[in-house]
Unconditional design. Sequence first.
Length: 207
Amino acid sequence: MENFKYLGVILNEDNNNQTDFQKRIKKANKTYFMLQKYFKNKNISNKLKLRLKNTTINKTLTYASETWTLTRRDRKQLNIFERKVYRRILGPVYDNEKENWRILTNKEIYAIVKKPTTIETIRLKRLCWFGHIQGMGENRIPKRVLYMNLGATILRGRPRKRWQDEVREDGRIVGGEGWQEKVHNREEWKKLLQTGRNHRILHMPME
């Protein structure tokens, strides 16, 4: 069997999360269309609409995303989808100079929302899971699998980005070069994660 579902996540023998990633996008998009009538309703405040997005669409989209590795194309797809939802919620803005209505720019959207982006959320979820694994005993299966050497054949071309590579990048963005030293100190690790949560924009998605 090439693909199978376990706890709501699509797994496969190639350890490729693309099938599950695309499924998540489709489910989140379906949820978005189901909520359109509320997002269009002018009697509902934007604050409530954003809360609805965070508690339904975001949860649907990022379920089990702590295990994902994202390509540039994946990140672009996430950014486009996220901004589509925000533009529906926030609506157009009137341009006094040109005397017409226009859609919000990317920068304007994130200045208004002041919340972590989807990519930031995934980044923090990966770091949370990484920290949880580090606190496990050496014989626990997740920790053994993370550091297991499978002896796989190296194929030609650019190697596929590994989950550990993503986590290293996440750690450097959130905690700087010395981030790995904090993972074994629970209080320092909590501070690092909280810094990431409080940061308005860790990675401004302009793509």
